[in-house]
Each structure stands twice: as C-alpha cells, then as structure tokens.
Design a protein around this ligand. Structure first.
Ligand SMILES: Nc1ncnc2c1ncn2[C@@H]1O[C@H](COP(=O)(O)OP(=O)(O)OP(=O)(O)O)[C@@H](O)[C@H]1O
Length: 643
C-alpha cells in the first residue's frame, strides 16, 4: 500500500524538526540520502515504480472526473484527441500548400488546388478554435465541480472521524494537507494527464510521419528524451519529499503568525513584549524554508534544461539531415517544411511529456495523502446491529473497572475506575489537575473507548448503541467550549439543532443559565451577532460567554447532563445562583459536573475523588469529611484560605 510508506515518511519528517517553532534551531533536515537511488539500475527501477504508481493513480482521477460530470468528461476527452492531432494535421497542410505553390510557380500546378488547400486549412483552424473554446469552458467548470466535490468529501469525512484523530499531531499534518493542498490536486492531475495525452498524440502522430520518411530519425527523436525524463522524475520526488519535510515548519510558521495576528493572543504578546521576537522567528523560519525551495527549484530547472538540450540537439540533427536531402533533390520543399515543423513539434512535445508526467507524478503523491486521509476509518462506529436505546433512557450510569490510556501515552489517564450513578443523581468529580476528570467525561460521551473495562448506560454497554443515538441522550458543556461567531440565538440554539428556530426554548435556556438578562440588553437582543468576526458583533466577557455555552447545554432535554467546570469564569454571585438552581435545573436528569471549588462540590449527592487516574474516594461530602482522606485535606485547605 503506498499510503503506509508515506505515513512512515511523514512520521519521520515530523520527528526530525524541533518540537515548537518558538525556540530551538531553525533548519530543515535534508531528505534522507538512502531515499535517493545510487546506480543506474536502482534509478531505472525507481523510474519504473514511479511510472507504475502514477499510472495507477490515473483511474482514481478519471473516476472523480466522470462522477463530477460524464458529458463534460466525454467532451474533454474528444477535444483532447482533436487538439492532439491538430499540430500534425497543420504541419501536413502546410507541406501540401508549399508543394502546390512550388508547383504553381514552376508552371505545372493550378491555383484551384491552392484555394482548396487554403479552404481546408481554414476549416481545420475553425474546428481547432471551437474545440479549444469548448475545452476551456468544460475544463473550468469541471475544475470548480471537482474542487467542490473534494472539499465536500474532506469535510464530510472529517466530521465522521474520532476525536483521537484531531488530538494527534501526526494526523494534524494529514488533515491540513488533505483540506488545504489536496482539493486542487485532482484537478491539476487531470490537467496534467490531459496535456500528457494531448502531447502524446501529437508526439505519436509526428513520430509516425518521421518513420514514414526515415525510421532512424524517429529512433533519434524517441531516445533523446530519456535522460531528461529520468532527471525530471528524480527532482519531482525530491520536491514532494521537501514539501513533506517543510510541512511541520509551515505549521509552526502559521502558528507564530497567528500568535501575532489573532485578537485572543494580542494581549499577552504585547504585555510580554513578544512581538519582535515572534516576528523574527517567523522571518528566519521563512528564510530557511525559502532557501530550500530556491535551491531545489533552481537545481531542478537548470539540470532539467541541461538534459533537455540533448533533445534540442537531436531536433537540430534532424533539421540538418532533411535540409541536405532537400538540396540533393530527394525531398520536396514541402517535405522540408513538414519535417522542420515535425522536429520542433517532437522537441516541444518531449518537454510537454516531461512536464505532464512530472506534474502527474507530484500531484499523485499529494493525492495519495488525500486518499490516505479519506481511507482512515473511525474506530468508534455503530455496531452492525446497534441495540435500541431504552425509551425513555433513565440515566443510570455505571463504570466497571474502566482503564484508559491515550494513544502513545506511557501513563494511564484512568486506571481501574468503578462507580455507579443512580438515575437523576447529581455527582461531582473532583481531583487535582491531570487526575483524569475530563477523560472520564470523554469516555462517557464515547469520544474515546476504554482500553479495558465497561461503561454501562441503563445496564447496557454503551458500545452496543449507535454512538450518535447515545450522544443524543447527553448534553455536555466542555471546559474549552466553543464561542460561535454567530448570533446569540444561534449560539444557544446549536445545542439542539431541531430547536434552532424555537425562540421560546432558546430564551428559556438562557434564563436557566443566567444569561438572559445580559442578552436581552444587547442592541438586537437575541439576534445580535456575538464575536468580532462580524460587523457590529458584540464582545462578551469571559463569564458571559460561559453562560451562553451553559445555555447551549440546557437547550437539549437530555437525560444525562455533563458540565466540565461550568462556573470557572463566573462571578461568585452567578456561581452561587447556578448551583442553587442546579438541583431544579437538573431535576430528573443524571448530572455529572467537574469543579475545583469545594463550596459547590459539597452540594452534590455524591462526590468522586480522582487521583492520578484512580478513583480513590467516593461518597457524600459528610462521608468524605468523616473519612479524613485527601478530599477532607483539600476541602480544609480551601476553607482555610477563605477564612
Ligand atoms: N488528548 C490527549 N492525548 C494524550 N494525553 C492526554 C490527552 N488529554 C489529556 N491527556 C493526559 O491525560 C491525563 C488526564 O487528563 P484530563 O484532561 O482528564 O485531566 P483533568 O483531571 O480533567 O485535569 P484538569 O483539572 O487540569 O482539567 C493528563 O495527564 C493529560 O496529560
């Protein structure tokens, strides 16, 4: 599978650069020497593999084109055929015309014949012009369509992928390439393929003309391109390798640039005086990047041209031979004109063939990443026969000996965690930073699957349900909630798509979250745009945004409510109000919330205390205080600070 090798290379590439662009050396490692073939045999082998790989990529593109539009695909194929033959036909007409003129001048030809030929020429030119115009239209429309189709495919696929894919840095590169680079690649691949076919037709028909005169000439024309061909394919793959190596550097440059140009970072950048430093890092990374690109581009073109001269030499040789033959009277003047233009055409088409092929080769490598991306399968999927959720879901949650490690992590984020939450119970999860609280929630939402153990909802392992149906039973607010650049109503309504237009429900959710009072004061009430991306957008404070996110969580009438530090940005009054109301708000729902503030935690019916992934204490506030363990220690610590 080509994708595996590519992925390995990608992994190598990612690990060869410093981890952040913020400090450290600014260089891009050379593509590994063992990636370059050493002797002729190895090169020949590589060339064959490359050609085979590229040719194999072609059906994918043809099927993409066909799916985008069958009539336009046929139109383009036909016009490619026509435009490929045009140079040969034109050259042949020019020969006929010259011979007719020479004959007429010599007194043994008719002017009628000249008129006939000219009319025929006019016909060919008109047909060519029409076919070119049609091709341009079809090609442009097809390009738009294909780019849209692929962007749509990438988006649709990304929406299906696991959270794991988004949280890994390797897949981040892949996602970036698939969404930014790849959409235009099939189109370039198609264009390259078309020009390749067109040139191949011209080439073949011209060579056929040459063969009909002198097979040796044809052989010279055929052999000359080979060296240039090899050098081009070598540099094509180097360019791609470099692009791979550069991708992490580019990512760091994007990051540096966003640190300086994004509103959220501007405050810190200014206060810590980081602006000049970051700009300078960016500039130096950019210079290194540019130097590498320049070196490759120059070498590639200079070496390519040098080899290309061989073809030029062959072309000139042909021209000289034909001219001498004409002088000797063995060929007509028309023949001379024909062969001269044939020589030029063969030469140009040789270059065209290189360009077409190397273009296809490079695009195909990018396409591999696209298909590799589209080929990644989400691990969290519905079983073949998903179990129907009980109706109604009561919200009985049970963790049985659940362990979980993040992919690639040495330490387990959760280790043998067991607990039970009865329907309608309100449970607080506490513990020091990194104890595994958010991880526990991610597992319950089935954003990840446990490495060991089981999570049950109403007595059934949650893996037996369709994940989408399961998530419909959960309403959640995460620590890093989203601030949508949309109106206040949209920001809340997105919590339950079916209620996006249900203003009454949106207002009710805002009231429950304590956000209503502020939103009603906005210039256009709930229709006011929030965020600075829009004209007249309103900037909310951190706590106000959090209340909007909470309102979004309340939009969904789900039996399980999950709140990850829901009041971290709220003022003391708002926090108190929320927790005073939480019992009523969460009535009949199983509620799980994470909090670092013990004053709010003590109201929970049950408290789970996590320590380094292990559930070390659980019970009510009074029980845990009586136990005199870690919970009691931390509670006393916080209380003392207040006192
Ligand atoms: N996407 C991830 N990939 C790898 N490791 C992760 C990932 N997310 C969290 N971790 C690790 O898992 C452990 C538990 O993280 P978690 O976010 O569950 O902690 P938490 O208890 O919610 O912490 P906090 O109170 O700071 O929010 C941490 O050691 C963290 O480094």
């Amino acid at each position: 599978m080509p994708g595996t090798g590519l992925r390995k290379r990608l992994r190598k590439a990612s690990s060869t650069v410093p981890d952040s662009g913020l400090t450290g050396p600014i260089d891009i490692p050379d593509p590994k020497q063992d990636d370059q073939p050493k002797d002729l045999r190895a090169r020949w082998h590589r060339l064959r593999t490359n050609v085979a790989g590229t040719v194999r990529g072609l059906p994918r593109v043809i099927s993409l084109t066909w799916r985008a539009s069958p009539p336009m695909t046929i139109l383009i194929a036909l016009s490619t055929l026509i435009s490929g033959l045009v140079p040969t036909v034109t050259a042949y007409i020019a020969k006929l015309l010259l011979d007719a003129v020479v004959a007429a001048v010599a007194g043994h030809g008719s002017t009628n014949r000249i008129v006939e030929i000219t009319l025929f020429q006019l016909g060919v030119f008109t047909l060519t012009a029409l076919s070119t115009a049609l091709t341009n239209v079809a090609q442009q429309l097809l390009q738009e369509r294909m780019t849209l189709t692929i962007r749509h495919q990438v988006m649709a696929h990304a929406a299906k992928l696991d959270l794991e894919f988004f949280e890994g840095s390797e897949s981040y590169d892949l996602l970036r390439q698939a969404s930014q680079e790849a959409p235009s690649r099939p189109v370039s691949m198609m264009t390259s393929a078309l020009s390749l076919v067109r040139t191949a037709i011209t080439f073949a028909s011209m060579v056929a003309l040459l063969v009909s005169v002198n097979p040796l000439l044809a052989a010279v024309a055929l052999l000359a391109p080979i060296p240039a061909f090899i050098s081009q394919s070598k540099y094509g793959s180097r360019a791609f390798m470099l692009a791979l190596y550069i991708s992490p550097i580019r990512r760091r440059m994007d990051y540096l640039s966003s640190l300086v140009t994004t509103d959220t970072y501007a405050k810190e950048t200014k206060v810590f005086g980081l602006g000049d430093y970051l700009v300078d890092r960016f500039r130096r990374l950019g210079q290194t990047y540019y130097a590498r690109e320049r070196k490759l581009t120059t070498t590639r073109n200079v070496v390519g041209t040098a080899w290309g001269l061989l073809s030029t030499l062959a072309g000139s040789g042909i021209a000289l031979y034909i001219a001498l033959e004409a002088v000797a009277g063995r060929l007509t003047i028309g023949d001379l004109a024909l062969y001269t233009s044939a020589a030029t055409a063969v030469q140009t088409s040789v270059q065209g063939l290189f360009n077409g092929f190397t273009g296809m080769y490079e695009n195909n490598l990018y396409l591999d990443t696209l298909y590799q991306f589209l080929g990644t399968r989400p691990g969290i999927t519905a079983p073949s026969r998903p179990r129907a959720l009980p109706s109604p879901v009561r919200g009985h949650v049970e963790f049985r000996d659940v362990s979980f490690s993040y992919p690639g992590a040495d330490e387990a984020a959760l280790d043998g965690v067991s607990f039970e939450i009865r329907p309608g119970e309100t449970v607080a999860v506490v513990g020091r930073n990194g104890a595994g609280k958010s991880t526990l929630i991610k597992l319950l939402c089935r954003l990840y699957d446990p490495t060991a153990g089981r999570i049950l909802l109403d007595g059934t392992d949650i893996r037996e349900f369709d994940p989408d149906e399961l998530r419909a039973q959960i309403s959640a607010m995460f620590q890093d909630y989203v601030t949508y650049q949309g109106t206040a109503a949209e920001n809340i309504g997105l919590g339950q798509l079916s209620g996006l237009d249900d203003r009454e429900r949106i207002v009710d959710s805002a009231r429950r979250a304590g956000a209503a009072e502020r939103l009603e004061r906005l210039p256009k009430g709930y229709d006011s745009p929030l965020g600075r991306w829009f004209d007249q957008g309103v900037s909310l404070s951190g706590g106000e945004w959090q209340k909007v996110a909470l309102a979004r969580a309340f939009m969904r009438d789900a039996p399980v409510l999950i709140l990850d530090e829901p009041t971290s940005a709220l003022d003391a009054q708002a926090e108190h109000d929320l927790f005073a109301r939480l019992r009523a708000l969460a009535a009949g729902r199983t509620t799980l919330y994470i909090s670092h503030r013990f004053s709010t935690v003590r109201q929970a019916e049950k408290i789970l205390f996590l320590e380094r992934g292990k559930l070390v204490e659980q019970g009510t506030h009074d029980e845990l205080m009586a136990l005199g363990g870690q919970y009691a220690d931390l509670f006393t610590l916080q209380a003392a600070a207040y006192a």
